[in-house]
Design a protein around this ligand. Structure first.
Ligand SMILES: Cc1cc2nc3c(=O)[nH]c(=O)nc-3n(C[C@H](O)[C@H](O)[C@H](O)COP(=O)(O)OP(=O)(O)OC[C@H]3O[C@@H](n4cnc5c(N)ncnc54)[C@H](O)[C@@H]3O)c2cc1C
Length: 497
């Protein structure tokens, strides 16, 4: 069925631009020896950094706390026996997105997302004139926030026009929790205004996490190895649950909330500005409540995105029939989503089924087969969904252009000024950090045979000059203790059912 042209594009309101990075070749990880760079975290930023470092011939290892790669971009094939992206699913700006460019040609189907959204008003779909009102209210609100950001970085809520009428709740949900993971009162107007357009999008049928995991193939990753602390006093060392690694530089990619909550310690302690930046760029709340709905009881098309016309932000967004499967997700976020998630998975599933029944009729509840909800705020190595700057804090993203301490760089979605909250932004940030380390420590010589005790071997410490404006990065080597990441991580494996 052709889509109505008037439907509103997802995230259309954010201003445009996107950079992209060069394609790195993954070099084979050396068999053993000292490590020049430790990357903490195997999410998009860590994987991107590792690929760059490998291509430059550097000796690196990625230390990952969980038993799988991908971080907040991971595909779960267990919960439903279908690809279920627990975190990121939308590939924004696919024409310039590094992941689309690097995706293996075989085995992954990437296709354009429907260009529009729908709105449900009670038990019916919005009419065209109503969609026009919705679109116009979004445009006016987006402009008002951008205008106010030109004067001062204030809470976005302050700029919301007073005349949105009965669209106010929906607009506040879409622009706040849905885009920024926080209610607009907690979102910096400058951060909102600077965000890059996320209008065009694509999906990967096998899951965006599967795509990312494919890009991690061949990298030197040590799973189930949480980093506890980083010490840069004499030599640079990373203390992990499995031993201490001596290195020349570190790229930290763990989510801001993990650092802000003390989940990774630094000796000497980070400076006031650096610590402050992690708090200012806190992750908000966003979760998928996934329902397997037999027989398409919502009567909607594959990958339809639907909002509810709601008087409050206590609402959700539906992504229906994901990639043509019976999987639908009800997404919740912001303060409401946080409270709901704190009540546990059963409460989340109850909310989603009651809410859907209110919009599509009680029969929907009977069609629900399996159900599962993510709870990112409770994941110890995430502690939230994605970053949005608190009011007055947009400047903090630039803080991460410099090393956060001697020989330690920070990368990740929070470190991207315009593509924050996206996998593409995390990827670019990881590459940027790797480039900075390469400039600082490179060029790298072909790796010489090295002792098999990389975890305790002291790499020669070179104290380079402090970088001025960007991060710089180094090289790697694996010891026999390091697991080579070659297999699909367990969360991605198709188990016999
Ligand atoms: C529900 C949800 C939906 C989303 N939807 C989209 C979307 O549709 N499109 C999009 O582009 N983006 C989306 N995002 C955002 C996107 O997932 C993130 O921006 C991106 O994946 C972040 O990558 P990263 O490398 O910065 O961090 P992460 O992916 O969080 O990687 C950090 C890694 O560090 C590890 N780690 C943490 N602490 C330690 C430690 N002490 N030692 C070792 N390892 C550690 C973590 O386990 C993790 O693997 C979504 C996020 C969520 C949660």
């Amino acid at each position: 069925m052709p889509r109505k042209p008037l439907q509103v594009s997802r995230r259309f309101f954010l201003a445009a631009s996107a950079a992209l990075a060069a394609r790195p070749a993954i070099g084979a990880a050396p068999a053993s020896g000292p490590v020049d760079i430790v990357i903490v975290g195997a999410g998009a930023a860590g994987i991107a950094a590792a690929r760059k470092l490998a291509a430059a011939g550097a000796r690196y290892v990625i230390i990952e706390a969980t038993d799988h790669v991908g971080g907040r971009c991971v595909t779960d094939t267990h919960a439903f026996g279908l690809p279920f992206d627990r975190g990121a699913h939308w590939i924004y700006l696919p024409d310039s997105n590094p992941l689309t460019k690097l995706a293996p040609r075989r085995g992954l189907d990437i296709y354009p997302a429907p260009p529009s959204q729908k709105v449900r008003i009670g038990r019916r779909n919005a009419r065209e004139s109503e969609l026009e009102d919705f679109l116009s209210a979004q445009v006016r609100t987006t402009r008002a926030i951008a205008d106010s950001a030109r004067k001062a970085d204030v809470p976005s809520e302050q700029a919301v026009p007073n005349d949105l009428g009965d669209w106010r709740g929906t607009i506040e949900f879409v622009l706040g929790p849905y885009i920024c993971t926080k209610d607009l009162a907690q979102v910096s107007s400058s951060d909102f205004a600077k965000a890059a357009e996320r209008n065009a999008a694509a999906f990967c049928k096998q899951g965006l996490g599967a795509l990312l995991a494919a890009l991690a193939q061949g990298l030197n990753v040590q799973l189930s190895t949480p980093a506890k602390s980083i010490d840069t006093r004499r030599t640079v060392t990373v203390e992990t649950a499995k031993g201490t690694i001596t290195t020349r530089a570190v790229i930290v990619t763990v989510p801001t909330n993990v650092v802000a909550s003390g989940g990774l310690r630094f000796t000497p302690e980070l400076g006031h500005h650096e610590i402050d930046a992690f708090g200012r760029l806190s992750l908000g709340s966003y979760d998928h409540i996934a329902l397997e709905l037999a027989g398409n009881p919502l009567g909607i098309e594959s990958d339809d995105l639907i909002f509810e016309k709601s008087s409050t932000t206590h609402t959700g967004a539906i992504l229906a029939n994901v990639s043509g499967t019976p999987l639908c997700t009800v997404d919740v976020g912001g303060a409401f989503g946080r409270d709901l998630s704190a009540q546990g998975e059963a409460a989340m599933i109850d909310f989603a089924s009651e809410w859907l029944a209110g919009l599509y009729g009680a029969e929907v509840k009977k069609a629900i087969k399996r159900a599962h909800a993510t709870r990112w705020n409770s994941e110890p190595y995430a502690l939230g969904a994605w970053s949005s700057a608190v009011p007055g804090s947009q400047f903090a993203r630039r803080q991460f252009l410099d090393p956060i301490s001697d020989d330690v760089w920070y990368a990740g979605e929070a470190a991207h000024e315009t593509l924050w909250g996206t996998v593409g932004g995390a990827w670019e940030s990881g590459e940027r950090a790797a480039d900075a380390v390469i400039r600082r420590l490179g060029p790298f010589k072909p790796s010489a045979p090295a002792p098999a005790t990389a975890q305790t071997e002291a790499a020669p410490k070179v104290k380079p000059k402090r970088a001025q404006a960007e991060r710089r990065a180094p090289r790697h080597q694996a010891s026999p203790q390091y697991q080579y990441y070659g297999d699909t991580p367990s969360i991605m494996r198709e188990e016999p059912r």
